[in-house]
Design a protein around this ligand. Structure first.
Ligand SMILES: CCC(=O)SCCNC(=O)CCNC(=O)[C@H](O)C(C)(C)COP(=O)(O)OP(=O)(O)OC[C@H]1O[C@@H](n2cnc3c(N)ncnc32)[C@H](O)[C@@H]1OP(=O)(O)O
Length: 537
């Protein structure tokens, strides 16, 4: 079972799967793209970003193991990265024409919207490298008309423009129907001669609707749009010259605003990042200390703990990561002893841990310190004692503080991410600027074993009410079926496929992702005052 694998096996799987998705629609489709004189989406990005610079890919595993009847859809047919172009951090969105001609599957819509969300939240310029057949026609009902379907992308183009976010498009292949709005609603729209085409209806549709015979180039090629319609602003002989022009344009953008997050000179951690591999236990039920993991990530391995002797199942600490000041909220996975002498289970949020975290989160908002969450949480404490202690209102306080935070939040799922613990520890629904899972992560409302036992009790009670008894055989079958379904859905790849997280990363990349994330967030001044609303006391 996945959770019994060693970290090196899990990393091997991660690298293998990433290598696979990087092949997009496969070798043959890549060759066809090259034969047409076009680069692939990933080659375009590699050429566009600054030489030797690192970029962060968002949603590499989107649609993993989905749309299999359609032949699969690696990375949801669109590659999204946050990277540097002419020294400027940008969001790049590149359609992968090797995957069903870059047609938009439902997950492609979600991923495009996530890319735009990242750009809007951080006020980053966006570069669209367009090469798409538009809506994936067999699935139009799931991608076309709803609020978070494709229409939203063009609505966002308009909203981003009015927010002052720079958008540059390059039409490097097909750009059909509704999709044609995207480049034209950008500030600048470039087109590649011979391969780029943009029109509301392609030659087949024109023929069938008005009987006109026309080829793609005459209908919507570079020359027509640059010389006759004025739809595109400039044409270039090939992909590289077009990408070079984008670099020159980005180079001339004025300096971004600053949120003023605190940064000093970075100090490398005293602990090696690779030590994380040894600290994480192979058996996920085994307790471990979260502190040394944090020390592998923070500058000089330093943590200034807030209330270290209180609410010990959550660690709250001020620290620096690559020079940036951060407030860390992390689940502690060792057994701890409360001030009242009670033993508390690691990974469980108790009333006092929740209270402490809520107050710490409020402190970070007060001080304009970005928050970083490390999740390994099985949920809030259950049982009569916890209920009598008001665990619901303590949890509500934490949820309120997280939801109303105005400082940027970043979330890393280290191990378990179960139940309301996912919410209070800034799961996807709580607007983390970035959220990544480690290969050891598991996400669900509860573990497979707990779900199976709970459902079994519900079914047994229902049968009993009808005067029937559950047989040992049925009981065994229910337990097996539910556990198997949950175990499959617990996988971080299941979460990444659906964009519940932005991706799965090698834990040793955590530090640079936090740094890149805060650098991006620092370009969007915090505009709203912090107001936590009505808090349950
Ligand atoms: C908002 C509203 C909208 O977007 S309506 C969108 C309407 N779209 C269209 O009419 C475009 C239809 N497609 C085309 O004209 C061509 O595929 C274009 C884009 C010119 C690309 O041609 P070419 O590079 O030769 O690729 P191809 O035709 O061999 O296609 C490769 C595989 O992709 C598929 N494909 C293509 N477009 C779509 C689509 N919109 N929906 C569903 N599937 C599409 C093709 O069938 C082909 O599939 P396969 O590889 O043979 O399995």
């Amino acid at each position: 079972m996945a959770h019994q694998q060693t970290i090196s096996q899990l990393l091997e799987t991660l690298h293998r799967k990433y290598d696979e998705v990087k092949m997009g629609g496969g070798t043959k489709k890549i060759q066809t793209q090259h034969q047409k004189g076009k680069l692939t989406a990933r080659e375009r990005i590699d050429y566009l970003v600054d030489d030797g610079s690192w970029f962060l890919e968002i949603g590499a595993f989107a649609a993993d193991h989905m749309y299999e009847e359609e032949g699969g859809c690696p990375s949801a047919g669109v590659v999204v990265v946050v990277g540097y172009v002419a020294g400027r951090q940008c969001v790049i969105v590149a359609n992968d024409a090797t995957v069903k001609a870059g047609a938009w599957f439902p997950l492609a819509a979600k991923k495009n919207l996530r890319a735009q969300e990242i750009a809007m939240e951080n006020r980053l310029p966006v570069i669209y490298l367009v090469d798409s057949a538009g809506v994936y026609l067999p699935m139009q009902a799931e991608v076309f008309a709803d609020k978070e379907h494709f229409g939203r992308i063009f609505r966002n183009n308009a909203r981003m423009s009015s927010m002052g976010i720079v958008q540059i498009s390059a039409i490097m292949g097909s750009c059909v129907a509704g999709g044609a709005y995207l480049p034209v609603m950008s500030d600048e729209a470039f087109i590649v001669e011979g391969t780029g085409s943009v029109y509301l209806a392609g030659p087949y549709l024109v023929k069938s609707s008005i009987g006109e015979d026309i080829d793609s180039e005459t209908l919507g090629g570079a020359t027509m749009h640059c010389e006759i319609s004025g739809v595109t602003d400039n044409k270039f002989p090939d992909d590289k010259s077009c990408l070079d022009a984008i670099k020159r344009y980005i180079d001339k953008i004025g300096q971004p605003a600053s949120a003023g997050f605190n940064r000093t000179i970075a100090v490398t951690p005293a602990r090696l990042p690779e030590e994380i591999y040894d600290i994480l236990p192979v058996d996920r039920l085994k307790p471990y200390d979260m502190r040394p993991i944090l020390e592998c990530i923070t500058d000089a391995s330093e943590l200034d703990e807030y209330k270290p002797d209180y609410g010990k199942t959550i660690i709250c600490a001020y620290a620096r990561v690559d020079g940036w000041a951060v407030g860390i909220v992390a689940n502690q996975r060792t057994m701890v002893k409360s001030g009242k002498g009670e033993m508390q289970m690691g990974g469980v949020i108790y009333g006092e841990s929740s209270d402490k975290a809520a107050r710490f989160i409020m402190n970070c908002n007060q001080k304009k310190i970005p928050l970083v969450f490390f999740q390994d949480v099985t949920g809030f404490m259950v049982g009569s004692r916890a209920e009598q202690g008001g665990i619901i209102k303590d949890g509500a306080k934490m949820v309120s503080a997280v939801a109303n935070s105005v400082v940027p939040k970043f979330t890393f799922i280290v191990g378990n991410s179960y139940g309301a613990g996912n919410y209070a520890m800034c799961g996807k629904a709580y607007d983390p600027r970035l959220i990544f899972a480690w290969p050891t992560a598991q996400m669900a409302v509860m573990s497979g074993a707990s779900a199976a036992k709970t459902l079994l009790q519900i079914q047994t009670a229902a049968l009993k009410a009808k005067g029937e008894m559950i047989t040992a055989e049925t009981e065994k079958q229910i337990l097996e079926d539910i556990s198997a379904k949950y175990n499959q859905e617990l996988s971080p790849y299941y979460a990444a496929a659906r964009l519940w997280v932005d991706g799965i990363i090698d834990p040793t990349d955590t530090r640079r992702i936090i740094s890149a994330g805060i650098e991006a967030a620092n370009q969007a001044p915090v505009e709203k005052p912090f107001n936590v609303g009505v808090i349950q006391v």
